[in-house]
Design a protein around this ligand. Structure first.
Ligand SMILES: C[S@@+](CC[C@H](N)C(=O)[O-])C[C@H]1O[C@@H](n2cnc3c(N)ncnc32)[C@H](O)[C@@H]1O
Length: 240
C-alpha cells in the first residue's frame, strides 16, 4: 500500500497524463495548443462551425482555435482572431489574427459593419493565483465577449465563451439564456479536471432564425472541402 505522500504524488501524476496526451496529439497534428481539442469537442456536440461561416475568435493566440475554425469553415468562410499578444505564425488566407485588447476594442472601427455567424472566446486573464480575483477577471472577459457577440452576430448565430466557475457564473449563464434560444454548459475532456474553467454555449441568437443576415446559409463541412492545416512551425504548446 502506498504511503499517503506517495499516493498523493501518484494521483498528481495520473491527473497530468491525460493532458500530456492532448499536448502530444496537438504537436502531432500541427496545432499550436492543446486547447484546440476543447473547441473540437464543443463543435462535435453543437455543430456550430459550418462551411462558409464567418467566425470571430476572441483571445486567439497562439492560434489553434483560429486554425481549427478555418479548417472547418473552409475557404468560403472567414475567421478573424483577436488577441493581446502578437501572432506571427501562418494561417490560410481566409483566416487572420490581429493584435488588440478586446476590453477596449472599438467595434465599429475594428470590425466595421461586418457581421459574424459564430463568436468564440477562449479568453483567460493572466492568473494571479488568487481565486476570487481570477474569477472576477474571467467573468469580465466573458461578459465582454458576450456583449461583442450580441453586437456582431447575425440572427441565428452562435456563441461560445470560456468562464472560470465562481459566484458570478449563474449571472453569466442567465445572460446567455436571455440572448440565445438554447444554452449549454460544456466541460471538454481536454480541459484539466482540476481547472475551474468551463464553456457556456449560446445557440441561435434570438431575433431571427436565418444563420446569415445576408448571403447563403452555411452548411456542414465535407472533409474534401476543409482547408488544409497551416504549416505547423515550431510547436508552442500552451498549458491551458
Ligand atoms: C487560453 S489562451 C487562448 C488559446 C487559443 N484559443 C488557442 O487555442 O490557441 C487565452 C488568450 O486570451 C488572451 N486574452 C486575455 N485577455 C485578453 C484581452 N483583454 N483581449 C484580447 N485577448 C485577451 C490571452 O492573451 C491569451 O492568449
Amino acid at each position: 500500500m502506498l504511503a499517503p505522500l506517495e499516493r498523493e504524488r501518484d494521483e498528481r501524476e495520473m491527473s497530468k497524463r491525460p493532458q500530456d496526451h492532448w499536448g502530444h496529439k496537438a504537436r502531432k497534428e500541427g496545432y499550436a495548443a492543446r486547447s484546440v481539442y476543447k473547441l473540437e469537442e464543443i463543435d462535435r456536440r453543437t455543430h456550430i462551425l459550418k462551411v462558409g461561416a464567418r467566425v470571430l475568435d476572441l483571445g486567439a493566440f497562439p492560434g489553434s482555435w483560429t486554425a481549427y475554425a478555418a479548417q472547418r469553415v473552409g475557404p468560403k468562410g472567414k475567421v478573424l482572431g483577436l488577441d493581446l499578444q502578437e501572432f506571427r505564425g501562418s494561417l490560410p488566407p481566409h483566416a487572420q489574427i490581429r493584435t488588440g485588447d478586446v476590453l477596449s476594442l472599438e467595434l465599429e472601427k475594428e470590425l466595421g459593419p461586418a457581421s459574424f455567424d459564430v463568436v468564440v472566446s477562449d479568453m483567460a486573464p493572466a492568473t494571479t493565483g488568487h481565486r476570487f480575483t481570477d474569477q472576477a477577471r474571467s467573468h469580465r472577459l466573458f461578459m465582454r465577449a458576450l456583449e461583442i457577440a450580441e453586437a456582431v452576430l447575425a440572427p441565428g448565430g452562435h456563441f461560445v465563451g470560456k468562464i472560470f466557475l465562481g459566484e458570478d457564473f449563474e449571472a453569466a449563464r442567465d445572460a446567455v439564456r436571455d440572448a440565445f434560444e438554447e444554452s449549454k454548459i460544456i466541460k471538454p475532456p481536454a480541459s484539466r479536471a482540476e481547472s475551474y474553467e468551463t464553456f457556456v454555449v449560446g445557440l441561435r441568437r434570438k431575433g431571427g432564425s436565418a444563420l446569415h443576415a445576408s448571403g447563403p446559409p452555411a452548411t456542414e463541412t465535407p472533409a474534401s472541402e476543409r482547408a488544409p492545416l497551416p504549416p505547423a512551425g515550431p510547436p508552442r504548446i500552451k498549458k491551458s
